[in-house]
Write a protein that binds this ligand. Sequence first.
Ligand SMILES: [Fe+2]
Length: 286
Amino acid sequence: MGLTPVHFFSHGSTMMLGEESESADYWKKCGDEALARNIKGVVIMGAHWDCLGDRIELSTNPNPGKSPVAYVNPEKYVNYELNPDLETTDRCIEMLAKEGFNVGGNPKFDWIHDVYLILIRMFPNGCPPTTLISANARYDPHFHMKMGATLRPLRKENYLIIGTGGAVHNLYRNRWAPMLRFRDNFAMETPPEDWAMEFRQAVEDVITKTSGVQLRRAMTRLMKHPRFRDAHATDDHFMAALFVAGAAGDVEDENTPAVLGAESWELTNMCNSQFTLGQWSREIAV
Ligand SMILES: [Fe+2]
């Protein structure tokens, strides 16, 4: 068996759960492709769970609740059953501890929309066994890359690794009025601003034009891009991209293709780019 692909998904606003979009179609397509290959499970890092100090945690909650979201009909998510994979979670904790991470389980954590939005959209008919990993609130790119690199071997065992964050995600610079007044998250009264366009392009270039260890270097360097702070007022939504670069940026990954599968601009300046790094080793009609 070859290596499974790795996804970096930009989950955008909460309305991405309830509204149709090209991104939502792509998430479903990626889910269908994964199910057709009988994946063993999903290993996912989001953007909304960060541990303090040098700590990272994995959810060991056997029955996680879902944090409620605004601007979405509860019917779209309340009855969806999450499927925590406690066995793989324990294994991931061991793998990370062996690499020196200060890591442990969290039996009380309720899952947040950054993660369940993606799971619902990818797997509307049932959630595969899922391992949920926190980020770390120091937001060190190399640290998160190493987390991804540590768990990379799971790709050889038919696990699907996903990072969910954002390509351009600055809540302070979004134009919220059409969403707040008319529930229109895709309204675009003006084009996106130049800093958003520039950083979005930089992310696409790094992911689709580099591979292997060069991908890792380029992805960390994006946090020094002149437009990074405009595109990300806080670092939290970029950590999953580093995690993905760790999982998909080994020497063994050199020259593997990566694609921008879909993209949805929301709130004028938030760019929800959806990327897949690597590919399934055999074609199956889905
Ligand atoms: Fe988010």
